[in-house]
Design a protein around this ligand. Structure first.
Ligand SMILES: Cc1cc2nc3c(=O)[nH]c(=O)nc-3n(C[C@H](O)[C@H](O)[C@H](O)COP(=O)(O)OP(=O)(O)OC[C@H]3O[C@@H](n4cnc5c(N)ncnc54)[C@H](O)[C@@H]3O)c2cc1C
Length: 426
């Protein structure tokens, strides 16, 4: 239940905001369209509350992770908040009475904030729209750069609410919303300006670079002084390599080494601009900046019987689990590792050796080009027990995770028994 608390808190504050407006309504001052103005203000306030939470989640607060089920789930909430706020902005604009004359500063700010927030959210929701693509250059980094401006538009939206001509007289409700404005603004300033003085960006050195196959890089990182803290098997970090312009972007990668190792290892598939450039240019001796560790993908919190499914590079958290075991495994695990061709399979010898050493771990490697895609029926056939007793751990491409989740749920497995890591923050 704990992992749902974050979402419950966000929804509760939205409900509370609406209640505050009803419990402490504005004085009726005889103006025409009073009700429309009142309804519009409630919608605008809900929007400020939602956006303030979105800005808070962008600070990546580690202490909040257990209440959402991990940073990747926090980004899912962030995305849902952005989508809701996007719709509410339109409803707000359509609800409040707008006159074409007598505009004050607040009206002009409203137009700027509306255009800014709508454009940025639209780029996130529909990145393939050509004219929006020009704003980001079609890259994730371009999108991240553009997204940075959302806090400025948030601040403008709030100043708009204070400087709009003839506001409603609702002292308590307006002050309530101001608290969220402060919350959102402080979060934004933390992310963009002063967070760097509190957050741990730790210097590491690239100790070794290996290519286990034609599209993968294994990077070994050694702390220059202090190591990142509280690392559990299966967690991930953000890393960038500041000395090379092409590598100076912070990207998330799972720590594929075991927590007790005195180095960190990450295993990176060349799948886009950054990771391809890294495959070609990363060298031992380079400096790295590491932030983390994040994530709640942890088989130790699951039940006695488990099914692990790794698709392609989604192997990395499981690799960390296997490297962490060292004869200590108490759960019974069926581990399915699926790749298209044998050449793509990573660390097979190591996985096989671990399975031979530990009878609790059963390894099933699947080459889908030759043997067809792995299916839930097959997994269920391989277990003699009731599926309901099992906990499922999934990591891989999003369509794969969604398909397995749907099929397992369709066979009556509880949602709480399905754990997954999304390799995607957008
Ligand atoms: C929690 C987590 C753990 C991951 N672990 C691994 C791992 O162990 N090995 C591995 O190979 N990959 C891992 N990834 C995926 C990896 O982060 C992306 O493949 C990589 O960032 C792609 O960058 P690119 O520029 O090469 O590709 P692009 O084609 O530019 O990006 C492809 C997609 O990757 C995501 N992405 C790109 N840049 C970033 C960024 N700076 N921050 C966040 N997401 C980004 C976006 O969804 C984007 O649409 C992980 C991702 C997450 C979220």
């Amino acid at each position: 239940m704990k992992r749902y608390m974050g979402n419950v808190v966000v929804v509760s504050f939205v409900i509370l905001t609406v209640m505050v407006w009803f419990l402490f309504p504005p004085e009726y001052d005889g103006r025409p369209n009073f009700e429309r103005q009142y309804a519009g203000e409630i919608i605008g306030s809900v929007n400020i509350v939602l956006l303030s939470f979105a800005l808070f989640l962008s600070t990546r607060p580690k202490w909040v992770e257990p209440y959402f089920g991990g940073l990747d789930k926090m980004y899912i909430t962030h995305r849902q908040i952005a989508t809701t706020a996007f719709l509410l902005i339109f409803i707000h604009v359509l609800t409040v009475p707008i006159s074409v004359t007598g505009w004050k500063l607040g009206n002009y700010l409203a137009v700027i904030a509306f255009t800014g927030i709508v454009s940025i959210v639209l780029v996130s929701l529909a990145p393939r729209i050509t004219f929006l693509n020009k704003l980001t250059g079609g890259t994730y980094e371009g999108w991240k750069r553009l997204k940075r401006f959302i806090g400025i538009f948030f601040i403008l939206a709030f100043i708009h609410s204070l400087t709009i001509g003839n506001p409603l007289h609702a002292f308590i409700a307006i002050n309530w919303v101001q608290l969220f404005f402060i919350f959102g603004t402080v979060s934004y300033l933390y992310t963009e300006i002063f967070g760097r003085f509190f957050k741990k960006y730790l210097p590491y050195t690239v100790e070794a670079v290996r290519h286990p196959n034609a599209s993968t890089t294994e990077v070994t990182l050694r702390a220059q002084k202090t190591r990142i803290k509280k690392q559990r098997a299966g967690q991930f970090l953000f890393v960038r390599f500041p000395r090379d312009k092409g590598l100076n972007e912070s990207h998330p990668f799972t720590i594929s080494s075991a927590p007790q190792e005195d180095v960190l290892r990450v295993t990176i598939k060349a799948s886009g601009d950054f990771t391809r450039y890294l495959f070609q240019h990363l060298q031992a001796g380079m400096e790295a900046v590491v932030e983390g560790a994040y994530g709640m993908f942890d088989y130790k919190t699951g039940g006695q019987k488990q099914i692990w499914i790794a698709g392609g590079i989604g192997l990395t958290p499981f690799l960390s689990f296997v490297r962490d075991m060292d004869g200590t495994l108490t759960q019974d695990i069926d581990f399915y590792y699926t790749v298209r061709h044998a050449e793509e399979a990573l660390f097979v010898d190591e996985l096989q050796a671990a399975a031979e050493k530990d009878p609790h771990l059963k390894l099933h490697i699947r080459y889908s080009a030759a043997d067809g895609s792995l299916r839930v029926e097959e997994i269920v056939r391989n277990i003699n027990d009731e599926l309901k007793q099992y906990h499922i751990y999934l990591c891989g491409p999003l369509p794969m995770i969604q398909a397995f989740e749907r099929d397992f749920l369709g066979r009556g497995l509880l949602k709480e028994n399905i754990h997954y890591e999304e390799f995607n923050f957008r």
